[in-house]
Design a protein around this ligand. Sequence first.
Ligand SMILES: *Cc1c(COP(=O)(O)O)cnc(C)c1O
Length: 389
Amino acid sequence: MSEIVKIDNEYVANTYARFPLVLKEGKGSVIYDENGKEYIDLGTGIGVTAFGIADDEWQAAVTAQLGKLQHVSNLYYTEPCAELAKLLCEKSGMKKAFFANSGAEANECAIKTARKWGCENKGEEYSTVITLINSFHGRTITTLAATGQEHYHEDFMPLTEGFVYAEANNLESVKKLVQENKVCAVMFECVQGEGGVIPLTQEFVQGLAELAEKENFLLIADEVQTGNGRTGEMYAYMNFGIKPDIVSTAKGLGGGLPLGACLMGEKTENTLKFGDHGSTFGGNPVCCAGALNIVSRIDAELLSHVKSKSEYIVKELSTADGVESISGMGLMIGIKTKKPVKEVLDYCMENGVLCLTAKDKLRLLPALNIPMDVLEKAVGIIKTACKED
Ligand SMILES: *Cc1c(COP(=O)(O)O)cnc(C)c1O
């Protein structure tokens, strides 16, 4: 066993079931382990390294900022933070950005904003947030409460109150909860990521938007995984022709550095006031400089490549031997395999392709700019991995 694995197993908290693989370095969509073995990276650290490992442009932006100022706190203004907020608002049509350091924290801000909006616009008791069964919103006590999967809740009770769970793609289920509770918001992932890469239907999302209008509650799009170009649009809600009141995002935003954002629309831009929320690290200039580079490169051309690479993967794999079905959107793809997914995953790793899983599916979140020849090679290996003997 590698010495690093031994030390890690002894001293790092037992919360992760790591693969027996020590990763050392990489470039773009290729990554090397400590023995120099090469892998094609289709996981991007769970959708984080949006333009791959050690991307030149991103690296230049980050190191330039690193040499100037690494942190100042939110007592002062910095250029990367202001410029990133502006760019995100321009690209999303939202009005203001609050910066956090992770997806869970971006969601915490979204939930606080929704609760305060409910309090001010509907009455103090309108604090309930509806989320969807099988959702994933984070690991803090409040975002665990928001997560509609009971097995994450076990052993951590009591969680934050005021969350109820509707069935995804069942508008009647949402309507019923809106009648039974004093609701300030519905929070949803356009494509449930951890839940198994399951997209919401156009009908449901459209219906949700109409219901929000009629019943006067907010829509919170959790774009932590689906955001920043992942689904072939800047944000996944854009695929559905709706406009949420609050958008949370993180993962790919910083290109590999920890950064989350909660974007607020017309109804909520002024809800949080001085002192209502804050973060010591939030809006860190190095993370923001990296994100500024990433977000500015998510343009129409890149998004069209995301879509065409997605079509390529779906075309190749949907008819492949041993593949039961494919789900997802853009470069967020779930593959239901006939073989147990662990077997497929292990075969891929042995043969130089790093994939993820989500529930019982193989999950692919490749870099948005993965070169076509690298993708073709990886898809070939996945095909062989799925094939039943
Ligand atoms: C990953 C994820 C989160 C949590 O993000 P962290 O950065 O791990 O806190 C929240 N929501 C969704 C949809 C996610 O995929």
